[in-house]
Ligand binder design. Sequence first.
Ligand SMILES: NC(=O)c1ccc[n+]([C@@H]2O[C@H](COP(=O)([O-])OP(=O)(O)OC[C@H]3O[C@@H](n4cnc5c(N)ncnc54)[C@H](O)[C@@H]3O)[C@@H](O)[C@H]2O)c1
Length: 244
Amino acid sequence: MSARFEGKTAVVTGASGDLGRLLCTALLDEGASVIGLDIDATRGEQMVEAGRAFTFRQLDVTDAAGVEAFGRACEPVDVLINAAGVISYAPMGETTVEEWDRVLGINVRGAFLVTKALEPVLREGGAVVNISSSAAVRAGAGWSAYSTSKAGLVAFSKVAAAELAPGVRVNVVCPGALDTQMPHRLLDGHPAKDEVMTQMAQASMLGRLGEAAEVVPLCLFLASAEASLITGASIAIDGGMTAW
Ligand SMILES: NC(=O)c1ccc[n+]([C@@H]2O[C@H](COP(=O)([O-])OP(=O)(O)OC[C@H]3O[C@@H](n4cnc5c(N)ncnc54)[C@H](O)[C@@H]3O)[C@@H](O)[C@H]2O)c1
């Protein structure tokens, strides 16, 4: 196993989530010290294992004061991965203003707050990787808040790349539908759950949902020095879902 992150410090938001947990584990396996942030403390604290350089911190990424305080207290950081996110699916007419604000608040404002708070401590040569979605570019009825939030995250990532260059690279990855708990939680109990899951799988050229583990190597590559010429890029990892 390579050790691309030996001696490096990484911060991962959404660390209690399915993708976030895998990202933390992969960074630890490659030598990084990892600080995992998530609003869900139960699953996050379960990840603290003796002998692993992992610290969990309960933090709501929409809490501007809390995020700022975290940034001020942080030692230098080499890698930031913004993976915290929520999904939302409802026709526009049934999407309340509160739901719209919640989704954009976590998915875009949260990434902005964390990136802004850590900017002063991001080391020269460091990297930020933001987790957007194929929903940023592929329209589908019912996804107005989620798609808008993820498109906003792509735009924010490109602007952040321009602002943090040349010292820090910023890239954004856009996974297609993944077989994590996120879509299952959203659709459990929905009469058309099987149909929607099948449609999501069929939207991919590969005819299947992705696995969170398939997204991890791309994120670590972008976070590593191997990607030294890549910044401001939005990279699809979606089985061809958006390749039209
Ligand atoms: N699962 C998919 O199909 C899919 C597809 C494309 C993109 N994504 C994106 O990948 C990322 C990870 O998704 P996942 O599938 O692991 O989902 P997940 O629900 O397992 O993980 C998301 C994590 O974000 C955390 N979170 C939510 N609100 C927060 C807040 N206010 N402050 C801090 N943490 C908060 C949750 O507690 C959770 O642990 C998300 O940004 C998601 O939008 C997921």
